[in-house]
Design a binder for this molecule. Structure first.
Ligand SMILES: [Zn+2]
Length: 256
């Protein structure tokens, strides 16, 4: 995943430079300001260095390690070795992710949520965390309604964490688009213990044959049955994830 590094200046209000202890949680947030961009939120954190005050006259302390934009782009504001001011008492042991959203209900765009899943999976792998236990909401720490959509819709929050788990538990050899002609077959290789679930997002474009064991992992043949110009996302999930949303792994496109 492409992450733009645009670190804040060290200052008492948004990047104190305090060393982060052992990372045991990933805290997700929404920016709470509908329609604002990733860069605008990053620049807001930077602007706090002059010592801004809220309406009550109190100094504002705020920041986040990462911010995800409306189109799924990601910026890093604080090194992972330092604390952010995002999650109150959890700041000393957590990495924070703020996410932009188009409307007041706080629902993330599909692209932003996908980046959240990929970023969380990467962090959970590197810090040896369990996504179902160690990805937390700001709400779980302070009771604040953040991220609003995941507080109002706990099932959407659970689905996101399941997608992280599904991504971490299933290695796949294909990450870029697959382009084939009608009738052609493509074989995808997957690494996981039990037989994975792999399926297309759009019907009528490909036939995904049942996975078969191969070389300690699994393989599945995907046959292009659609017309030129048609395409579909290919999704995977772990066998014990029931009907949970799968993770989009790559696009399958059909050409002349
Ligand atoms: Zn928050």
């Amino acid at each position: 995943m492409n992450i733009v590094k645009d670190l804040l200046t060290i200052n008492p209000y948004s990047r104190p430079g305090t060393k982060l202890g052992k990372v045991t949680k990933i805290a997700v947030h929404y920016v709470g300001n509908p329609g604002t961009t990733m860069q605008a939120n990053r620049d807001y954190f930077e602007s706090l260095k002059t010592g801004k005050r809220n309406k009550a006259g109190q100094l504002i302390y705020a920041s986040s390690h990462y911010i995800i934009g409306l189109d799924g782009e990601v910026i890093q504001c604080i090194p992972e070795t330092e604390i952010s001011y995002a999650t109150n008492q959890a700041n000393p042991y957590s990495i924070s992710i703020e996410c932009c959203h188009p409307a007041a209900d706080g629902k993330f765009t599909a692209a932003a949520e996908r980046s959240m899943v990929v970023l969380c999976a990467d962090l959970c792998k590197r810090y040896k965390l369990d996504p179902l236990r160690d990805i937390i909401r700001h709400y779980d720490v302070t009771g604040k309604c953040c991220p609003k959509y995941y507080v109002d819709h706990p099932e959407a929050y659970e689905a996101m964490r399941q997608r992280v788990r599904g991504l971490m538990g299933l290695g796949i050899d294909t990450t870029i688009d697959v382009v084939r002609r009608h009738g052609d077959c493509y074989t995808v290789a997957m690494q996981c213990k039990d037989k994975p679930v792999i399926y297309p997002g759009t019907a009528g474009v490909v036939t995904v044959c049942p996975p078969f064991p191969h070389a300690g992992g699994w393989r599945a043949n995907i046959v292009a049955i659609g017309r030129p110009g048609e395409s579909t996302g290919i999704y995977t999930r772990l066998p014990d994830q029931g009907e949970a949303d799968g993770v989009l792994r790559f696009e399958f496109k059909i050409v002349e």
